[in-house]
Design a protein. Structure first.
Length: 417
């Protein structure tokens, strides 16, 4: 998992090379594994590489096959059931709790554990684990279980945990009952190195992975679907192929959420946001996401990150327009400049990533804050200040008729680098 030293180092290690890819993209981390600073400001030899895959949403599957001949011929599992599937249930629960708490704190229903969805996520997590434990793939999209020519022996049906070419196939092959209500899939894969062989708990890493996903707009949207009601998560560890087990450890987190008949038919009234009133412990900065939420602005998130975004959604409205935004640092009594991302200025209008007209994001632009703490090698901009309270207010015009005012405060956690 993550190499030792401290919780501060955990944040620095975990988020520095965060790479989030969008639907249809790859999930490759840019650059080499970075060194990080410990609490004393000296260089640490602990290194980490973290990749998180694109958010995937399965369209509702209305009917499931009733016999084998109806299933996709190339997606039918034929695996060695004698190979046991691994799962760190406590770590998976840590991620579930982060997602569920984020939702319930801000007006959405929480997520109940679904054992069937658990099984689907665990099998896919083990598929990914098997690939990375037995090969060093040059091209691999973690959402898919297709055979890849240069690592054919560990991919496709040759992998003992093969369960379907994509999420839709895996749901069909498992005869998952809630498929008709839509299912999302979020995946994070990380590799850690420590010369001392000291690693943090899987629970801590899973929780940090979850928070990182909640800081990335396009992933945050998929985690905050009002229709989601149940969750299933797998968290597995492995020794990376060709690496010394004493000094290297890898983790894979697969989390699936699904709608249910009850949640899908429930109408959510009014505006909800994330973060919202009294949310605490958010990350301070977003260093990368694809699709790039600041596309066309000339900003490089790796060197000039933005702060924890604010997601705004009003499911009961056809259209909203956000204006008069104030993003204020309560402790320092300063305003943080923002960029508004909505359907009118959406850089992905007309694509699969396009924002609906009833959603928006407030992106805090933190260049002038000098928020990095003493001993950091990151530079001046580390997003919002750590352990600080921020007040967000805005006006929202609903369906071009009614103007409402919204205001709340939230608190960041430790600075992440």
């Amino acid at each position: 998992m993550i190499a030792n030293t401290s919780q501060k180092s955990l944040a620095a290690v975990l988020f520095l090379t965060l790479f989030l890819t969008g639907c249809g993209g790859s999930s490759e981390s840019e650059g080499s594994d970075p060194s990080v600073d410990g609490l004393n400001g000296s260089k640490s030899d602990e290194k980490v590489k973290l990749t998180t895959s694109e958010p995937i949403t399965s369209a509702p599957i209305i009917a499931t096959p009733i016999d084998q001949s109806d299933k996709p011929s190339s997606g039918t599992p034929d695996t060695d059931s004698s190979v046991p599937a691994d799962n760190n249930t406590q770590a998976a629960l840590s991620a579930n709790n982060q997602f569920s708490l984020a939702r319930s704190s801000c007006g959405l229903n929480g997520l109940s554990v679904d054992t069937e969805l658990d099984d689907i996520a665990v099998k896919h997590a083990n598929y990914i684990k098997y690939v990375f434990a037995n090969s060093s793939p040059t091209s691999f999209n973690a959402h898919f279980e297709n055979e890849i020519s240069d690592i054919a022996s560990v991919t496709g049906s040759n992998n003992p945990f093969f369960s379907g070419l994509d999420l839709a196939d895996r749901l069909i092959n498992a005869d998952y009952g809630n498929s008709q209500y839509g299912v999302t899939e979020n995946i994070a894969q990380s590799v850690y190195y420590s010369s001392a062989g000291n690693f943090l708990s899987a629970e801590a890493v899973a929780s940090s992975m979850a928070k990182s996903l909640l800081s990335a707009p396009y992933h945050l949207r998929s985690l905050m679907l009002p229709t989601s009601g149940v969750v299933g998560t797998g968290m597995v560890t492995y020794t990376p192929s060709g690496k010394n087990a004493a000094n290297n450890k890898g983790y894979v987190l697969v989390s699936n959420a699904a709608g249910t008949k009850t949640t899908t038919n429930k109408t959510l009234e009014g505006v909800f946001t994330y973060p919202c009133q009294d949310v605490t412990g958010t990350v301070t900065a977003l260093y990368n996401e694809t699709p790039n939420p600041v596309r066309g602005s000339g900003r490089n998130l790796r060197t000039d990150p933005i702060g924890q975004p604010v997601y705004i959604n009003m499911p009961s409205a056809d259209k909203v327009k956000v204006s008069n935004v104030k993003f204020r640092d309560v402790q320092r009594n300063i305003d943080v400049p923002i960029q508004l991302l909505d359907s009118d200025n959406d850089p992905y209008k007309g694509t699969n990533y396009a924002l609906p007209t009833n959603e928006a994001f407030i992106l805090p632009l933190t260049d002038a804050l000098k928020s990095c703490e003493s001993g950091s090698n990151k530079g001046g901009n580390c997003g919002l200040y750590g352990n600080s309270k921020y007040k967000v207010s805005f006006d929202i015009l609903v369906n071009n008729k009614t103007l409402e005012q919204q205001s709340f405060t939230f608190t960041t956690g430790k600075v992440n680098y």
